[in-house]
Write a protein that binds this ligand. Sequence first.
Ligand SMILES: [Zn+2]
Length: 176
Amino acid sequence: MSKRTQRKSMGYIKKDYIRTRTMPGSWYLSSYRFKFNITHFKPFQDKLKERKLVGLQCSSCNRVFFPPRLICGKCFVKPDRWVDLRETGRVATFTITYLKDLETGEVSERPVVLVQQDGSDTTYTAQLSPDVDYKDTYIGMPVKVHWAEEPTGGLMDIQFYDLVEDNSKDLELRKD
Ligand SMILES: [Zn+2]
């Protein structure tokens, strides 16, 4: 089998480039130092310590990110506007996890939810209150932040989400 047909049989054809010059060189990856700068998120952390929520808004597309993001994936710019958010939100989607107790063999079901904070355009993974039966979880379920005893300025300050009573009512239809 020739080299060319061998490439073809792998499902793609690689273009042959004419090699003009070869330069010897090494790339010492271990000598690089990467720093993840989080000073950008300081206002977010400071507000969490006060049990307040803020989102970061992109001034190009006006989307609000919660938790804040360094770069807007749509516009490739730095979101730079902090906006106040409410403590309430909604379950955007959820899944049920099954945890087996290794000692007793007992299996417990817990919902893991994606919460969309009111006023934000993004979602993030969170826990529901242990009081909530997993069977009662539904998409669109209104929830509210349950703060940790002593906030430290991290996302863990949101211990879990409590249920908020859904005050929407079914419309009464005319019967005539
Ligand atoms: Zn944007």
